[in-house]
Design a protein around this ligand. Structure first.
Ligand SMILES: *Cc1c(COP(=O)(O)O)cnc(C)c1O
Length: 498
């Protein structure tokens, strides 16, 4: 299986190369040239299988240049009881007669990024081994919170890799900061940068493009790579849980084999919902995708009107991991919808760059609306949903999950659809505990984030996620700090470049 560029500007590459390169060097994203198909018989065979077995089977379809042994190894290193706290990797919870919440946050950092970032480092290391690079790989990450910790946990102690994470000092929550600076592992470094996230991110991007610095690294037997969310290696692991959860529902007699489901996904970069779409294209029976946004509802508007317009105010919300106005992975979706029309993609993304917006034609809009519904939840609706779900179901959800639930409720009131529905839960309620506690009990008496965790536990009886427990008592292992202009110096020091 080869991977082609959405902009038609690069030769087809192997899966290993797509993962090693991250994005197409000439601009654009790698997508599989052909989507593998699962028959109903093959789907039936997944029923009763472990998450690891399903994972291996899905990955084998896409990563054809990896051996079964390599995939089995990567899967067992990624998805195990030690990292996910239980044998079940992605359990579901029945919300009512027709809807189920798929909990994707049992990994080490309490958010769904772990589902991909626990596996991707192993795929990357094997990709690099395949081209026989004897250099150590340096992963640079600029983070506004969640991705940094998930990447640190995924890459820590992975052989042949060093990871350096930069975060804006004072720009992440106390819990997020503690999560990062207490990370163990002999190959991890964390640096607080004086500046905001954008400064942090553009400095790191600039270093990626710095030829001289690249040469200095090479002389020291290092090379850069990225764990960016547009890497195919982060998308393919997300296809797994859609098949695994479907098979679980069938095994538990909640669903008939072949029966269609709806999938509601709280969305930012369009990655998680795109993985669901790939599962559908492979043969997973899906009726409708509900694309759930917060107040930054650029995708809701796009699905309704066919106009993608990023010219609007950026809003800081209580579901911050979805505060995004440019949804990078949408490009892959449009490439699929147009049957790989790279010229169209090139034009639309040129328009986006020039004018901050583009419009797809009627045919694409129709195709999109056949399958996708866009709904959004306001801040107030998000809070009310958390309270309503807790009071009616005794179930605590985080702000992002609440957006997914609210969007589904809005869809139901418009369409009166009885199809069984899976709603993705993308974070533990403890990851965004301040907003959750506020939703449940009104104004808070404390601003201390650790105290809030305890209060939420006391109120709900739900145990604090192990990745967030006792953070204030863990040893601080990283105390580096620098100005934005000093990021290069920090890298030199950490890697002891000569
Ligand atoms: C990253 C993230 C999302 C958005 O996922 P996309 O793949 O970007 O759509 C939603 N919820 C949480 C908690 C996240 O961390």
């Amino acid at each position: 299986m080869k991977y082609v560029s959405t902009r038609g500007n690069y030769q087809p590459v192997s899966a290993a190369d797509a993962i090693r390169l991250g994005m197409v060097p000439t601009g654009g994203l790698f997508v599989p040239e052909k989507i593998p198909a699962f028959s109903k018989e093959e789907l039936a065979k997944l029923v009763g299988k472990s998450y690891q077995d399903v994972a291996q089977q899905i990955l084998a379809e896409f990563l054809t240049d990896y051996t079964m042994k390599e995939l089995a190894e990567a899967v067992s290193l990624a998805y195990n009881e030690k990292s996910f706290g239980a044998q079940e990797i992605a359990p579901y919870v029945k919300l009512d007669e027709q809807s189920y919440v798929l909990e994707l946050w049992h990994g080490p950092t309490a958010a769904f990024k772990d589902m991909a970032l626990q596996l991707m480092p192993h795929l990357l290391v094997k990709a690099i081994e395949k081209v026989d690079l004897d250099k150590e790989v340096v992963i640079l990450v600029a983070t506004s919170g969640d991705t940094g910790k998930a990447a640190l946990e995924g890459f820590k102690d992975v052989k042949g890799v060093r990871i350096i994470v930069f975060y804006p000092a004072g720009g992440v929550s106390k819990v997020q900061e503690e999560q990062m600076v207490t990370t163990t592992g002999t190959n991890t470094s964390v640096v607080a940068v004086e500046g905001n996230f954008d400064d942090c991110q553009s400095s790191v991007k600039e270093i990626f493009g710095d030829q001289e610095f690249k040469e200095l690294l090479e002389q020291n037997d290092y090379q850069f790579s990225s764990a960016n969310s547009i890497n195919w290696g982060r998308l393919v692991p997300q296809i797994i849980y859609y098949f695994a959860s479907y098979a679980d529902l069938v095994a538990d007699d909640q669903l008939e084999l072949g029966e269609q489901i709806n999938i509601s996904v709280p969305t930012g970069n369009f990655g998680n919902i795109l993985a669901a779409y790939y599962a559908y294209r492979m043969g997973l029976p899906v009726n409708k995708f509900i694309c759930a946004s917060n107040d930054n509802k650029v995708l809701t508007d796009f699905l309704k009107t066919g106009v993608y317009d990023s010219n609007r105010d950026f809003k800081k919300t209580i579901s911050p991991s979805m505060d995004i106005l440019i949804s990078s992975n949408l490009e892959r979706f449009l490439f699929e919808l147009t049957d790989h029309d790279a010229a169209k993609i090139e034009k639309w993304y040129h328009d986006l760059e020039q004018n901050g917006k583009f419009k797809v034609g009627q045919a694409v809009q129709d195709k999109m609306q056949e399958l996708f519904v866009g709904e959004y939840a306001t801040e107030e609706e998000t809070l009310t949903t958390i309270k309503q779900i807790y009071e009616s179901k005794e179930y605590v959800v985080d702000t992002h999950t609440a957006v997914g639930i609210k969007a589904y409720q809005k869809y139901l009131s418009d369409y009166d659809d009885l199809t069984t529905t899976v709603i993705d839960s993308t974070a533990s309620p403890y990851k965004f505990s301040q907003a959750v506690l506020e939703a449940l009990q009104g104004e808070l008496e404390t601003e201390d984030e650790f105290e809030i965790l305890n209060q939420l536990e006391e109120l709900t009886g739900l145990e604090i996620h192990r990745g967030l427990k006792d953070l204030d008592r863990k040893e601080v292992r990283h105390d580096r700090g620098c100005q934005t202009g000093e990021i290069r110096e920090q890298i030199k020091e950490i890697l002891q470049l000569k």
